[in-house]
Design a protein around this ligand. Structure first.
Ligand code: ITT
Length: 192
């Protein structure tokens, strides 16, 4: 069975493919066509993940998986949240804006959230899950791995930013990792 990975973000795609490349999974992965772009009109991560999975599945008549994720910063009352992608025009620009908004406030607590949804070919959602990773926003970027806000997101339990972690460590502790750990057993049950 084919599963369309419904994302246009190359960083996310790489991580989603790594979770879905599991010897016990028989899904053949395929990429969403670039021209198929779904407007994120939902008010929660889960609503937007469901919207993306459902619309892409229906448009192509295939199974689809989507991820909606972002960073909730305590001192900014949860911003940028579901607007994390729309917070700036490039990863660097989004990081600079977030650091500027935070200034030198000592309240650096934040959490990454990831919602994942899977839709069947008629668009009906069959699986949905959410994962959270708590951390802190640094004063300046550290590390060169990962993507997005990774260089400023520090995880105290690992004493590293996401961008300093080897891929397998981020894979195990991140919001996306937590979401996929819950999703994979259910996805294995879905396949014939
Ligand atoms: P798709 O909707 O096509 O999947 P997108 O980048 O628009 O791609 P989102 O709307 O879910 O995806 O926005 C997520 C934002 O949060 C985006 O700016 C990402 O860079 C950032 N983000 C999500 N997960 C991240 C992670 O693991 N590390 C760093 N930044 C992350």
């Amino acid at each position: 069975m084919r599963l369309i990975v419904a994302t246009s973000n190359p960083g996310k795609l790489k991580e989603m493919e790594a979770y879905l490349t599991d010897p016990e999974l028989n899904w053949e992965l395929a990429l969403k066509p670039a021209e198929l772009d779904i407007e994120e009109t939902g008010e929660t991560f889960l609503a937007n993940a469901c919207l993306k999975a459902s619309q892409v599945a229906k448009a192509l008549g295939e199974w689809a998986i989507a991820d909606d994720s972002g960073l909730r910063v305590n001192a900014l009352n949860g911003a940028p949240g579901i607007y994390s992608a729309r917070y700036g025009t490039s990863d660097q620009n989004r990081i600079e804006r977030l650091l500027a908004e935070l200034g030198d406030t000592p309240n650096r607590g934040a959490e990454f959230v990831c919602a994942v949804a899977i839709a069947q070919p008629d668009g009906a959602i069959v699986l949905q899950t959410e994962g959270i990773c708590p951390g802190e926003i640094l004063q300046a970027p550290r590390g060169t791995g990962g993507f997005g806000y990774d260089p400023i997101f520090y995880v105290p339990s690992q004493s590293m930013t996401f961008a300093e972690m080897p891929a397998e460590v981020k894979h195990a502790v991140s919001h996306r990792g937590v979401a996929f750990q819950a999703l994979l057993p259910q996805l294995k049950q879905l396949q014939p």
